[in-house]
Design a protein. Structure first.
Length: 599
């Protein structure tokens, strides 16, 4: 695991709101190690929570005892003496109710909140980890459907182990023990007869829990497949309408949904089986108590108050016994979900994405270690490419070895037939691909030595197939920046999208569907271009980002871009010659043979 934060002091155990609860605990070897490390780190919170639950249980068990004393008091004592002895019992009963109230508030405050805090921390750390996973893992097994299911289903199930499930566990143990002790103080033999069926209950519940855990895992895997399939169908919605393949997607989605429904119903059936199994033991205990207890009351061996207290305790013991089924079920499902999450956290991050190599710098300060800084204004060459080769196999190279330089402020165009590797070249220059032969230097240093965060800060890429978020248009432009409306309108105007947005009923606050489905292809490309320009990059990499725009609109955009791109270094891939007319040089990548330069 790479998500590691230095350990905290003892005092930090009482300040869990200062940082994510799970931060610094994910280096455990198993989810159980992570769980125990978290509890040790926040021992103060859990100690107070444990004390609150025990305090509640003590007051709950003491209440029937006070009632027993009260009933027996009025059966044996009359007049003023009975009332004088009753008042302490009355105020003691009121005090027990107050103690229960304080205890319930306490465990909700200390343990209940841990459920929500840990859930938020899990999601935050999950997405933080996923940002730095290798590209091939995200494309293969950790697809969006798998990650979405982990961030919703698995997190929502696993987080309860850190809070509410722990409350139920503590409540079960102490309430069962305290109730049993209270019953033994009244009548030992009657208590043993009434509780004789209890030892057999955990064996049956354990078998049910194991079966439920297995079926829960199968259901979660099925949900991941359904989520990924739904994501694919949304992404291909436009192609589906054009190619009339809606019935194909509908059939696949219905089959996947039916499979998930079937597996989920199996989980529910197994969970429901806990109810009659866990409810049978208290029923048998009550029947034993009625059969033997009444006889002892009539024979004078047991007082009426003691019999009523025994009845109350049997009913009280029914609650933890019924909770036992739910408790075992929640622990099993919780560990299954945490195991799934832990497998994701164990995937090694890309060695360069989080912290990068030796170079943690920007073009304004290209210093390394103790060397002197070099100002960006003195670095005239942005890219230096020498003998660059790339292929998906040893016998399939996309182009002949490439060698060229890109000066600061230069506009380099790239064109060529489909499949020749134009987009791949941009991915290499953007630092997305590393398995190449040759040398790519950015501002005089190997591009692979820069931190990923730094590259993303100073290099903006506008892909041919834009990615948009299901949020407002305003947020899709501003992204993580705090931009004013005037700034957003400026970039929309530059990208030729101002008039389109003005026609929308809600303007900048227009919500976009998944992948920007309610926009045309050209609108999505222009919106992505506006977002890239708003980031104020040093280098702009454009991958045929105006291919879905008509030539008239393109001409307007190019005129607006002249001023904005005057000082930027731009590498622009396009098929239309008109798109590249402002470029100082054009690199032509043919399907075969040597590359050509057009000045």
């Amino acid at each position: 695991m790479t998500l590691k934060v230095p350990g905290s002091s003892i005092a930090a155990a009482f300040r869990s709101d200062r940082r994510p609860p799970l931060e610094g605990t994910l280096e455990g070897h198993t989810p159980r190690h992570v769980f125990l490390k978290h509890c040790r780190r926040h021992w103060g919170i859990y100690t107070l929570g444990l004390g609150s639950v025990v305090l509640t249980n003590f007051a709950d068990v003491a209440t029937p005892k006070v009632i027993q004393w009260t009933v027996d008091l009025f059966n044996t004592t009359q007049g003023d003496q009975a009332w004088s002895q009753f008042l302490p019992l009355f105020w003691g009963l009121i005090g027990l109710f107050i103690v229960q109230l304080i205890g319930r508030i306490g465990w909700r405050l200390f343990l209940g909140q841990q459920t929500h805090r840990v859930g938020a921390s899990m999601k935050s750390l999950l997405w933080d980890h996923a940002r730095y996973l290798p590209k091939h893992r995200l494309q293969r097994d950790l697809n969006p459907g798998e990650l979405m299911n982990a961030a919703t289903g698995d997190v929502n199930t696993g987080r309860f182990l850190y809070g509410f499930t722990l409350v139920i566990t503590i409540d079960f143990v102490f309430l069962l023990v305290l109730t049993t002790v209270a019953m033994l103080t009244i009548d030992v033999s009657l208590t043993l007869y009434a509780l004789a069926v209890l030892p057999f209950l955990p064996l049956v519940l354990d078998r049910l829990a194991r079966r439920e855990s297995l079926r829960h895992k199968e259901a979660q895997d099925s949900l991941s497949q359904l989520t990924e399939l739904a994501s694919q169908s949304v992404a291909a919605s436009r192609q589906t309408r054009v190619s009339h393949t809606g019935s194909f997607w509908s059939k696949r989605l219905n089959e996947a949904a039916a499979e998930y429904q079937q597996k989920r119903l199996q989980v529910i059936r197994t969970t429901l089986a806990f109810i009659p199994v866990s409810g049978l033991a208290p029923l048998l205990s009550f029947l034993v108590l009625m059969a033997l207890g009444l006889d002892r009351v009539l024979s004078g061996q047991l007082s009426v108050g003691a019999f009523l207290a025994m009845q109350a305790y049997v009913f009280k013991i029914q609650a933890p016994l019924q909770e036992l089924g739910q408790l075992v079920s929640e622990w099993q499902r919780g560990w299954a979900s945490l195991d799934r999450l832990h497998k994701i956290f164990k995937v090694q991050e890309h060695p360069r994405l989080r912290s990068g190599g030796l170079l943690q710098r920007s073009p304004d300060n290209l210093s390394t270690g103790g060397q002197s800084a070099i100002e960006a204004t003195k670095v005239d060459t942005v890219y230096t490419v020498r003998n660059l080769e790339f292929g998906f196999s040893d016998d399939r190279r996309l182009w002949e070895p490439l060698s060229f330089e890109v000066k600061k402020g230069e506009k380099l165009g790239v064109r060529g037939p489909i499949g020749v590797g134009k987009s791949t070249l941009l991915e290499l220059l953007g630092g997305f691909e590393e398995n190449y032969q040759g040398d790519i230097q950015l501002w005089g240093q190997d591009i692979r030595s820069y931190s990923h965060a730094l590259l993303r800060k100073h290099l903006a890429v506008v892909p041919q197939k834009p990615f948009l978020f299901a949020t407002t248009l305003r947020k899709n432009v501003a992204f993580s920046q705090d931009l004013s409306d005037d700034e957003i309108w400026h970039w929309l105007r530059t990208a030729g999208l101002e008039h389109d947005v003005e026609q929308m009923p809600r303007g900048l606050d227009t919500p976009l569907g998944e992948w920007g489905i309610n926009l045309s292809g050209g609108q999505k490309q222009r919106l992505t271009l506006a977002r890239a320009l708003a980031a104020h990059p040093s280098v702009l990499l454009l991958d045929d980002c105006l291919s879905a725009v008509d030539t008239i609109t393109e001409e307007k955009i190019l005129r607006a871009l002249e001023k904005e791109l005057s000082e930027l270094t731009v590498i622009w891939v396009a098929h239309r010659e008109s798109t590249l007319k402002s470029c100082t040089r054009i690199l032509n990548l043919p399907s075969r043979g040597a590359v050509e330069w057009i000045h």
